[in-house]
Design a protein around this ligand. Structure first.
Ligand SMILES: *Cc1c(COP(=O)(O)O)cnc(C)c1O
Length: 384
């Protein structure tokens, strides 16, 4: 049916109607007073969302652009960096570091498992000569549905004293607590199509005073992604290059919606959605890819047995117009991923779980009693 499509992938995520309506206006000049007012409002909203007094700069890019900017503005060729790799995105930051000739050391964990903070502690404590310039971590690893213990890793980086901590918070910001100032996170990257509830196209980078110190001596080449330019223009409530002004209208509306809901409520909602989804999958005897203790509140990865993940995905799309994500790299065909990030409510989970039960039945999967998934999700979502 036309216009009934439901995104349950981890980005792009669903967009509220009021945000869609904000997009459908004539563009305005980005050197106008009207734009400056919007810019001032969204910058304040971004600081609120990041729980920081640091600069939060806005780029026209996807999340990868934010992370690339976060790496090239504060480092120089040959710098020693530790990169946490336990999934597709951690691996990507390793590739970015390699591309810029950094001395990249990967700290790995198997896909589906969290990074071990003690591995970072050991490497940082052994570095008495203070040669490690940065530690680069993916907070919520979207490829596997694992959340890494950023707070613990960040504590070890702070104890080192010299290294910056650079964080991919693309599917954690706006879903789970990321208190940038409290945890001392130097550089935090995110993208509009995830927790922000707006379409793809904007990327965000928060930068600490310590990172700006490193910026002064960093020599990697940069032009469009030179954050110094964005900082200078942000002080005048504008951007160095023409921004997608309509996405700024959308961002303003979305941040207002988030502020009306409140951070604690946003985090509680994502936690509840995760719990309901996981309870349903367990009740349907569909194995969860990430263990409970490190489950991301943004996304649940499921490794079905006795029924093919790709068949589930294609029938969910065909029968119910619900888009689920597949596995990436070696997980292709092994898992499906259900996103519950951003503009997602209890109702969406109930709809997705009941649709999944129909699809499982139609695919001949017999290892469940019909209704068991919905009952398990309903129990989590029943508050009285
Ligand atoms: C989506 C995502 C990104 C950014 O990907 P883009 O396609 O560049 O927006 C980065 N990290 C994580 C963990 C993500 O989920």
């Amino acid at each position: 049916m036309q216009d009934k499509s439901m995104l349950m992938i981890p980005g792009p995520t669903p967009v509220p109607e009021s945000v869609l309506l904000s997009l459908s206006k004539h563009p305005i000049g980005h050197r106008s007073g009207d734009f400056s007012e919007i810019m001032a409002a969204v910058m304040a909203g971004l600081k609120w969302l990041h729980q920081t007094t640091n600069d939060v700069l806005i780029l026209t890019a996807s999340g990868t652009g934010a992370m690339e900017a976060g790496i090239i503005n504060f480092l120089s060729a040959g710098d020693r960096v530790l990169v946490g790799c336990n999934g597709k995105f951690g691996d990507r930051w390793g590739e970015v570091c390699d591309a810029y000739s950094l001395k990249t050391e990967r700290i790995t964990a198997p896909w589906g498992q969290p990074l071990n903070p003690d591995d970072f502690k050991a490497a940082l404590e052994a570095d008495t000569a203070k040669t490690i310039k940065a530690v680069i971590i993916t907070h919520s690893e979207t490829s596997t549905g694992v959340i890494n213990d950023l707070e613990a890793i960040s504590r070890h980086v702070k104890a080192h004293g010299q290294a910056l901590i650079i964080v991919d918070a693309v599917t954690s910001l706006g879903a789970v607590n990321v208190p940038v100032d409290e945890w001392g996170l130097d550089v935090v990257g995110s993208g509009s199509q995830k927790g922000y509830m707006i379409p793809p196209g904007l990327a965000f980078v928060s930068v600490s005073a310590k990172a700006w110190e490193a910026y002064k001596t960093a020599t990697l080449p940069k032009f469009y992604l030179d954050l110094g330019k964005y900082r200078k223009d942000a002080a005048k409530n504008t951007t160095p290059f023409t921004p997608p002004v309509n996405l700024f209208f959308a961002l303003k509306t979305a941040l207002e919606m988030m502020q009306a809901e409140g951070l604690e409520n946003i985090f509680a909602r994502h936690h509840r959605l995760m719990q309901a989804t996981r309870a349903a999958m367990k009740a349907l005897n569909l194995p969860l890819y990430a263990p409970d203790h490190c489950a991301s509140p943004a996304i649940t990865a499921v490794a079905p047995q006795g029924v093919e993940a790709e068949k589930i995905r294609s029938l969910m799309k065909k029968r119910f117009d619900i888009a689920l994500a597949g596995g990436q790299d070696h997980l292709k065909g092994q898992i499906f991923r259900l996103g519950h990030l951003g503009f997602v409510s209890d109702r969406d989970i109930l709809a997705a779980v009941s649709a999944l039960e129909v699809v499982l039945g139609e695919l001949g999967y017999t290892n469940f009693s019909p209704g068991a998934g919905v009952a398990a999700a309903s129990r989590v979502l029943t508050t009285a």
